[in-house]
Design a protein. Structure first.
Lengths: 248, 248
């Protein structure tokens, strides 16, 4: 499993991903799930991925090969974000269909992957979408401007409470880190390092604000300790049930 | 979907369940998922259920019929909690096997149910277990003394942070209410009223501390408002990422 998320805010897009892969309990690995593609001053595109590692590696390799070989359709030639999403969706379908020809094998095997694609193409607003294993894609809504893939449930409540379109980028990134860290605590198939990237609207600078939080990073340690304590305080300040118990 | 949980604490057992059932978006209903069985001063047993409504109704009806007909094996004749769990497990298997004779139909249809069974039989300590759709069961660990069934992920992080064996019952129940309410917020297949029951160790009084929180219950409204505010404050007091951003 993996856990990745991205938030489309007024200032740009916040991306966050974990780095753990597992194919059974004795095949646990650390792999990068954030892939950045950039053509100076023209486009910056970021891909986050969750799902079958072989399929995602094949799709990313194919994207790079198409760029390298200057294929008619490649990540830099397509004019709109939706076309880029469709292109990646077709690559996903192509790769997974190799492995589901035999129905019987397919039932015990899941080659599917889900991508988050975000970034900006010059002349257009920043865009964000989730590409399903079936190849189609959706954008986030204005009311809920984030997208998640992988092990999404543990870390969703905090996003629902904090994230709005006008949330400042530092807050949105902090919220993403808390969301990923809480997920790591509740599910061992999500693990560090946490990769964080903020793409600032109209900057076309993919690495202006990028950092990686290892398990021993002082910020991660500080956030964990503080969150543990603050949540306890938040809980202790809730109204007591004593009145409800007594009412009976 | 459903969400039910129970916590085994030193003072007894806290039970909490939602009340929503859905068989598709236009078949949403309100059903009790908490069933109490009591023989005065001898045993108190509580069942929580998640899964297929037809199967769970059939199992509960069968339990009641066996009691009514004073069957050789019934909920009040079995001497140990583990035997009660095995008895219910066998009923579950019997009911579900009626519907999976035809493999093809089974693939598009899930008749499975999961139960939480808790309570006390005189002469024994209070006990808690989860009965799987396969009929077997597990007890909670001392380190993590709660069990969840149904839509469990959204509401797990708060339990991990608050619940210990020595947690007072008011705190454990408040934590359960927050866990269920957070889940209702993130997933529409979990809904009110929330049923709450505290079984006090050695009391053999199943309804000493029982209450139901409707969506409009003043306590639920107060907890929601307070939790929303307290979580925001907890989040705002986390260390800022500005230093990490600047470090680059």
């Amino acid at each position: 499993m993996s856990y990745c998320l991205a938030t489309l805010i007024d200032e740009g897009i916040v991306f966050c991903s974990d780095s753990r892969t597992n194919a059974g309990p004795d095949r646990v690995g650390t792999y990068k799930k954030m892939h950045t593609f950039s053509a100076e001053n023209e486009r910056t595109l970021v891909l986050l991925v969750a799902g079958n590692l072989a399929t995602s590696q094949a799709v990313v390799a194919r994207i790079k090969r198409d760029v390298h070989e200057k294929a008619g359709t490649n990540l830099y030639s397509l004019r709109y974000m939706a076309d880029v999403a469709d292109y990646i969706g077709q690559l996903v379908l192509g790769e997974t269909s190799k492995f589901i020809a035999n129905e019987q094998r397919a039932s015990a095997f899941d080659a599917s992957v889900t991508f988050i694609l975000g970034g900006q193409i010059r002349g257009q607003k920043p865009g964000l979408c989730m590409i399903y294993p079936e190849g189609n894609h959706i954008k986030p809504s204005k009311a809920q401007p984030y997208l998640q893939i992988g092990e999404t449930k543990y870390g969703k409540p905090i996003l629902d409470r904090i994230i709005r379109s006008d949330t400042p980028y530092e807050t949105a990134m902090r919220c993403a880190v808390v969301s990923v860290d809480s997920t790591m605590r509740s599910n061992v198939t999500v693990g560090p390092p946490i990769e964080c990237l903020f793409y600032r609207k109209d900057s076309f600078a993919p690495h202006e604000q990028y950092f990686k939080l290892d398990d021993s990073h002082p910020y991660l340690a500080a956030v964990r300790e503080s969150w543990e304590e603050n949540i306890r305080v938040a809980f202790e300040h809730l109204p007591s049930l004593d009145e409800v118990f007594k009412d009976r």
